[in-house]
Design a protein around this ligand. Sequence first.
Ligand code: ZN
Ligand code: ZN
Length: 71
Amino acid sequence: MNCWHCNQSAQAVCRFCGRSVCKDHVQTMNYIVSVYPSESKQVLKSLVVADAVFCGVCKPQPEPLETPYLD
Ligand SMILES: [Zn+2]
Ligand SMILES: [Zn+2]
């Protein structure tokens, strides 16, 4: 698979969208694995992977979106 940006051999795959990127074009961003209420229930805690591979093209949202329940 080749880099989305320059068509060179890809070194990594975006954690968010799956695009491939080479060393020159790889970027990093925090990746939220899961969100859960803290003991106090006042705030939410997030389990985050720092510096996850990011392609620089897609647009991960900073917060998980509320998804309507479809029935
Ligand atoms: Zn590239
Ligand atoms: Zn991406």
